[in-house]
Ligand binder design. Structure first.
Ligand code: ZN
Ligand code: ZN
Ligand code: ZN
Length: 163
């Protein structure tokens, strides 16, 4: 596949991001380098890159579809409840020990999805207490329930997930 300047701008913006981006976020960043870049073009390139296996879609509960470069391996994401930024989480998977386990009830674990949420560094500077977060209107959503719920609840959320 021949790389166009547009495709370069899209891929580079994805690579440089510290988390998966929505098409609109990606458009804003890529346009800094290529001001003529249109949102429709971004969508088109994302679709092609996804079909070509260069980019993967990231589906988080109650969030627009996000995209990140393929090949990052098993990892999870952190969503800021205040500014909605979604960041990559580095380090060991907190629930890796569940892989291959059999839970009560005869449930064999094949995979999991997990999204942590809280405050990003920029927002925790402005709001250092849980009270402030609550005041900002943040309410637990499906992700929150999964992350804070029982082990079985987390696993049941997506037993086939391989992300
Ligand atoms: Zn934030
Ligand atoms: Zn990611
Ligand atoms: Zn994991």
């Amino acid at each position: 596949m021949r790389r166009t300047p547009q495709q370069h701008a899209v891929l580079d913006a994805l690579e440089a991001a510290d988390g998966p981006l929505t098409a609109r976020e990606l458009h804003e960043r890529a346009r800094a380098r290529l001001p003529s870049l249109g949102l429709a073009t971004v969508y088109r390139h994302l679709s092609r890159l996804e079909q070509g296996g260069r980019v993967v879609a990231v589906h988080l509960a109650q969030d627009a579809v996000r995209y990140e470069p393929a090949g990052r391996g098993h990892h999870h994401h952190f969503r800021c409840v205040r500014c909605s930024a979604v960041l990559e989480l580095d380090g060991a998977c907190p629930v890796a020990m569940l892989e291959g386990a059999t839970l009560p009830g005869g449930l064999t674990v094949l995979g999991h999805e997990l999204t942590l949420f809280g405050l990003c560094p920029a927002c925790s500077g402005a709001a250092t207490s849980a009270t402030a977060v609550a005041a900002a209107g943040a309410t637990p959503n499906a992700d929150a329930a999964s992350a804070a719920g029982t082990l079985a609840g987390v696993v049941a959320a997506d037993s086939a997930g391989t992300l």
